[in-house]
Ligand binder design. Structure first.
Ligand code: ADP
Length: 551
């Protein structure tokens, strides 16, 4: 037909005709849907065909129309005879464009085979399967397609019910994702667990090795060793203890205590408790009873082992047998005692003769006088050394004894200051002693202490010649101090200077001395139930002091 030849009126007529047909078609579809009409004419290969629905029932169709599932009826050629609005919504196409089309139009290419198979078997028996539906403008819709044959007057038809599985699919997908995540997390946990187990295994092995190693080491050490919990409770003694004491120390709490010599028990417990309290190194010399009943001297030392935060984890102690050294020391002290005693007599007579010569009436040549003065100074030094040696040996033997009387400390300090001014004319001695300070003590011994402190103040102040001597009342005590501006002492030195024969090893300031003065001074002050100490800092001078109870 040559369309260009149609007149305008003819075209208008044609449009009207078409609109009329369309309205008719729409009415027909609506009528079928709502159950007003029970038949449908479809243009097939063999001309027009009329379909009527056997079960045409208005209520039933209304129900189908409102269903949440897509409902479609197809004939044997697969053409859609009926579809509800839900189906049109699923494929996203107006309902009027659905009816009369082959159902396979709405099946994606890759699902065609599956669909054909399903439909083929659906004609024989009821069946259902998941299938994708082409949804124009949207992603494909996953559906469960349930097929049922329907008997129409014109022959068999197939009812297809499509349940939208999108939500289930989504949930399924999410579930899958969650499952995968869960599986991953589980795998990670398992891995972690394995690693942890491995670490624990290694650590346990390490621990075992180190414990065994420690035991082996501890049991083969020549010393007796032990460990304590932070509160001091012992929790390990090495084999040597049992060999020495003749019993197991851990199992015999009470017997363990009587191991310590009764004379050393108090000092040992006192020092040990002080260390547990302060966390500082424990060190004491005491005698332990051997299995055969004899006592041997031991040097005990225990160190605290701390964690990174400084908390004590345990104490590790050693007791070293120093019996031999003690014996050797005793012999040496004995020898020093005898030797210094023997030296005292010739020195005294030597000094006497020198003094006789210097006091002779005849005038001596100046140079001889000078030599005699120098000899007397040296002799005095020698005498002091011998006196100190003798004192030390007496202290060691516990024989430094002296009578106690009332002593005027103010007067004693005055005399010592006078003496110092005489001996060290180049030094300034300031005395600020308060009056009326009386103690019970031994004047000679206390003078020895003050003079020792003054001598040291001079000896260890090479660049400053000021020394301050003071005596003040403090509570019911008198505190005597000698202060210099000399080389001073480091904290470590301060801790050790009262030990016997201890001297600071500084070549620069080395001066004569044997490291006995402060040791003797401490013994004397202890004997007076007093306290001796020092305030000092390296390079800042020192202030040595002692305190005694006032009488
Ligand atoms: P020494 O005979 O060596 O002086 P001491 O027992 O009197 O023996 O002193 C012990 C050590 O203490 C000295 O060697 C010295 O190092 C130190 N010392 C004592 N007094 C002072 C002081 N006033 N200033 C600095 N160091 C001192």
């Amino acid at each position: 037909m040559e369309r260009t030849k149609l007149t305008y009126d003819e075209l208008l007529n044609e449009v009207d005709e078409l609109r009329y047909q369309l309205e008719e078609a729409n009415d027909a579809i609506d009528a079928i849907r709502t159950g007003q009409v029970d038949a449908l004419v479809i243009q097939g290969e063999e001309g027009h065909q009329l379909y009527t629905l056997k079960t045409a029932d208005q209520t039933y169709r209304m129900f189908i129309e409102k269903m949440n599932e897509g409902a479609v009826t197809i004939n044997e050629s697969g053409l859609i005879l009926y579809a509800n609005s839900r189906f049109a919504g699923m494929v996203n196409i107006p309902l009027e464009k659905v009816i009369g089309f082959p159902f396979e139009t709405f099946i994606p290419a890759e699902q065609q085979n599956k669909y054909n198979q399903l439909i083929k078997s659906a004609w024989k028996e009821e069946c259902k399967e998941e299938i994708e539906l082409l949804s124009f403008q949207h992603e494909n819709v996953s559906c469960l397609l349930s097929c049922n044959t329907l008997e129409l007057d014109e022959g068999l038809a197939l009812s297809l019910i499509l349940t939208d599985l999108t939500i289930q699919k989504d949930a399924e997908r999410q579930l899958k994702v969650r499952n995968t995540q869960l599986a991953e997390a589980q795998a990670a946990t398992e891995r972690l667990n394995d690693e942890l187990e491995e670490t624990v295994k290694i650590r346990t092995a390490d621990l075992l090795i180190s414990r065994e190693h420690f035991k082996l080491l501890a049991n083969n050490m020549p010393q007796m060793t032990w460990t304590n919990l932070p509160d001091g409770t012992p929790n390990f003694y090495n084999q040597r203890w049992e060999e020495y004491a003749g019993f197991n120390l851990l199992d015999n709490n009470d017997r363990r205590k009587i191991l310590i010599h009764p004379d050393d028990f108090e000092l040992t417990t006192e020092k040990f408790n002080a260390s547990i309290q302060s966390g500082e190194v424990f060190e004491v010399e005491n005698r332990y009873r051997r299995a055969d009943g004899t006592y041997r001297w031991h040097l005990n030392r225990a160190l605290p082992f701390k964690d990174d935060a400084g908390n004590i984890l345990f104490w590790m102690g050693t007791a070293t047998d120093i019996e031999e050294q003690k014996r050797a020391m005793e012999k040496k002290d004995e020898f020093i005692g005898i030797a210094s005693h023997e030296l005292k007599t010739p020195i005294t007579s030597l000094k006497g003769y020198l003094q006789l010569i210097s006091h002779k009436k005849e005038t001596l040549p100046d140079v001889v006088k000078q030599y005699i003065d120098k000899a007397i100074i040296s002799l005095n030094k020698l005498q002091r050394l011998i006196d100190d040696l003798l004192d030390v040996s007496k202290i060691q033997a516990g024989r430094l004894e002296y009578a106690m009387h009332l002593v005027d400390i103010t007067e004693l300090v005055r005399q010592c200051t006078e003496n110092a001014r005489h001996v060290y004319p180049n030094y300034n001695f300031e005395n600020t002693a308060e009056t009326g300070l009386v103690v019970i003590g031994n004047e000679e011994r206390l003078e020895q202490v003050v003079m020792n402190l003054i001598n040291n103040a001079v000896k260890y102040s090479p660049d400053d010649n000021n020394v301050l001597i003071s005596a003040v009342k403090r509570d019911e005590q008198v505190r005597v101090s000698v202060t210099d501006n000399g080389i001073g002492l480091s904290p470590e030195q301060k801790e050790r200077i009262f030990e016997r024969f201890y001297r600071v090893e500084d070549k620069k300031y080395m001066s004569s001395g044997l490291g006995m003065g402060l040791y003797i001074s401490k013994e004397i002050i202890n004997h007076h139930l007093g306290k001796i100490g020092v305030d000092s800092a390296l390079g800042k001078g020192s202030s040595f002091y002692f305190e005694l109870p006032l009488a």
